[in-house]
Design a protein around this ligand. Structure first.
Ligand code: HEM
Length: 269
């Protein structure tokens, strides 16, 4: 298969820098997410303490006697570290340039793992019945379906060696895969900024609903705007997108801070 490279393909100057700043903040937050997964789920799985998964608040996690469900949960959480790390690596320009072979293989790992994660996540949600509210199950399932669609299109365009189109589908696949990460970061940013306005503990409050669908729709919309601004000759369009990217970077920074301080931090040691 040809190179499944993912590139932000920035425009010039400030626009490019706004993308880079967002990426650096997101990279710190994604590394913390991977760290939490390995430190909490990885360590307990390795020593066979499956019931210990539930030391962290979960919807179901480990359920005694449910071997199939527990196995699917283990596969899902452990592959979560692989898909997040491989997605992050695909975006590092130096790696693409200096190790194109690694980049190609990493792209295959990313897309394959993304498909397994989406199918496994759909099964956990509907097959195992793991959700807090119907609307939250629907929101994450739409994300799962988008991962399958974008992943397939990224793969097919790479095989056809249509790299221009491929890069855009691969970037969309990356954003959809990270929808669950954006959700955690978005929930924390909103909770800190508003004190939890419009949120409840079944993820069905008005703010919860907007955040759950927004977790992938907003990054996808912002990417389209960024992509077009990079090719636009109108300074006003670029300025608008630079402002939006700066706002996204600030919200991401707040959310990453909140996630590390309150959500993942206690399970990273
Ligand atoms: C592809 C990117 C995904 C990643 C990186 C990811 C990551 C995770 C992680 C880390 C957990 C453990 C819970 C936690 O500690 O927060 C989890 C659980 C879960 N995920 Fe995913 N997930 C992804 C996609 C999906 C999708 C698309 C769905 C649904 C369609 C889904 C449904 C679930 C369910 C139902 C659980 C079990 C929650 C529980 O038992 O408490 N995931 N996921």
């Amino acid at each position: 298969m040809a190179s499944p490279s993912i590139s932000l393909r920035p425009g010039t100057g400030l626009l490019r820098r706004s993308g880079l700043v967002w990426f650096c903040i997101a990279a710190v937050g994604q590394t913390a997410f991977i760290w939490m997964i390995l430190a909490h789920f990885g360590r307990r799985t390795l020593i066979g303490d499956f019931a210990g998964w539930n030391d962290k608040p979960l919807i179901k996690g480990y359920a005694p006697g449910d071997d199939a469900g527990n196995l699917m949960f283990a596969v899902h959480v452990l592959l979560a570290a692989v898909v997040t790390l491989s997605g992050l690596m695909q975006l590092v320009p130096a790696l693409r340039r200096r190790a194109p072979g690694l980049h190609r293989w990493n792209g295959r790992v990313f897309l394959t793992t993304a498909v397994v994660m989406a199918l496994g996540g759909l099964w956990l949600t509907w097959g195992r019945g793991t959700y807090l509210s119907l609307i939250s199950a629907i929101a994450v399932s739409v994300d799962g379906i988008l991962i399958l669609i974008f992943g397939t299109l990224a793969w097919r365009t790479a095989v056809r060696r249509d790299f221009g189109t491929h890069q855009r589908w691969a970037m969309r696949a990356f954003l959809a895969v990270n929808g669950v990460w954006f959700l955690r970061v978005g929930l924390m940013a909103w909770a800190i900024a508003t004190g939890g306005l419009g949120m409840n503990n079944t993820l069905s409050g008005p703010a919860d609903v907007v955040l759950q669908f927004g977790a992938y729709l907003i990054p996808l919309a912002l990417f389209e705007a960024y992509w077009r601004a990079g090719r636009s000759t109108r300074p006003a369009v670029r300025l608008l997108v630079i402002t939006a990217m700066a706002l996204a970077a600030a919200v991401t920074a707040l959310g990453v801070f909140g996630a590390v301080a309150f959500m993942w931090g206690p399970y990273m040691l």
